[in-house]
Structures are given as C-alpha cells and as structure tokens.
Design a protein around this ligand. Sequence first.
Ligand SMILES: C[S@@+](CC[C@H](N)C(=O)[O-])C[C@H]1O[C@@H](n2cnc3c(N)ncnc32)[C@H](O)[C@@H]1O
Length: 219
Amino acid sequence: MGFYTLLVVAGLVMIGFLRQRRRPIPHPPSLTFLFENPIAEIFVGRQLLLERAGLAPGMRVLDAGCGPGRLTVPLAKAVGETGEIVALDGQPAVLRKLEERISAQGLHNVRSLSAGLGEGALEQGVFDRAILAMVLGEVRDREAALREIFTALRPGGILCITEVFGDPDYRRPANVRREVEAVGFRLVARYGGFPAFTLDFERPGSLPAEQPPPEARSL
Ligand SMILES: C[S@@+](CC[C@H](N)C(=O)[O-])C[C@H]1O[C@@H](n2cnc3c(N)ncnc32)[C@H](O)[C@@H]1O
C-alpha cells in the first residue's frame, strides 16, 4: 500500500470518527468485531464486567444496548434459571443475532426487547441491575434514557456503566458521573481507569421532585 493510499485511509477513518462523535449512530451488526475481540476482552471482558456488577442467582437484569449478546449470555448464566435478563436494543438486526445465540446456548431466561432507551418500553421498579456497556455515548437523548433506567430499577438497584477509550462514543468518567447523578443516582463504586472504567450507581429511592420553572423559583 502506497503512502498516499495510507493517508487517504487514515483521513477517512478520522472523518468517520469525528462524524460519529458529533452525531452518534448505533454500531451496525457488521462492526461487532470492534467490541468482540481479544483486545476488548482484556479491558472490558465479560468476566470482568460481570464481577463489577455484583450479580447473584435470581436477579432480574437489564442488558441495555445489548448488541448481539456478548454480555447477555454470561449474564443469563450468572443469574440462573430463577433470574431473568431483559436484553434491550434499538436495532432489530442485532437482536436477531442475539436470539440465535440464546437458542444455541439453550437459555430460557432471556427476553429480548426491541426498543430505544428512553422510549418508555421498560417496566418500572423491577430490575436489580442495569448494564450499560459501551452504549451511553451512542444514545442521543441520554437524560431520557437515564431517567427510564432509574425508574426501571427497584430502589437499591445498581446501574453499571462501562466506557472504553478509543470508542468514538467514549464518555469521560466526570461527564458520565455528572449526567447520571443529575437524574438521581448515587455513585457507589468505581473500577478501572484508563483505557476502560466502570462506574456503579445506586438508585436510592424515588425520582427527585421536578424542578420548578425558573420564574417560580425566583418568587
Ligand atoms: C457498542 S454496542 C455494545 C453492545 C454490548 N453492550 C456489549 O458490551 O457488547 C452498543 C449497542 O447499543 C445500542 N444502542 C445505542 N443507542 C441505543 C438506544 N438509544 N436504545 C437502545 N439501544 C441503543 C446499539 O444498537 C448497539 O447494539
């Protein structure tokens, strides 16, 4: 490959990266190899993320932005037959891959849900854990998504957010914390750092009271 070809390829990659940061679109199924590979496994591997979520048999877990099920299968095994995983994704094509995986593994405790986060498709107050791995930056309306996850968790339930540097949608820990705490969560644990981190947030109770409009506040 000549120098100019390399330059063009590097330029196209950079344009794609910047475009994705400015206006994120969900990872298409053809790019699954970007987060299902041996290098990703070192930093955001299945076993590591499961440990950080503090799972136990019988739990109900939301795998939000599950993709083709990289984490869904080990999550389903960890909660066992008395538990349940709801695997939600906005792309029907990735859910078809997930369903193939689930049936190949003979799992009966996974329910797939084709919906966008923040659209109100989730039951309220039922989940012990919500997993958001390499998803937050892809979500256009993060506040609506986080509010929906807040209400979907039972009080005391935990939201585990993992981000990895190099993902065009990467969110820095301080930004994640600010956005997540703004909807009422409380940070309870941090793991990792660079290039990948997980922050665990607890849903302490009910939603914080709606802020009054500015004119009412100044009265
Ligand atoms: C990079 S993949 C991560 C998959 C999985 N969490 C993992 O760790 O292997 C991000 C997934 O989030 C989904 N996603 C992005 N925005 C979403 C939204 N607003 N609602 C539901 N799913 C969304 C995408 O469709 C994609 O499958």
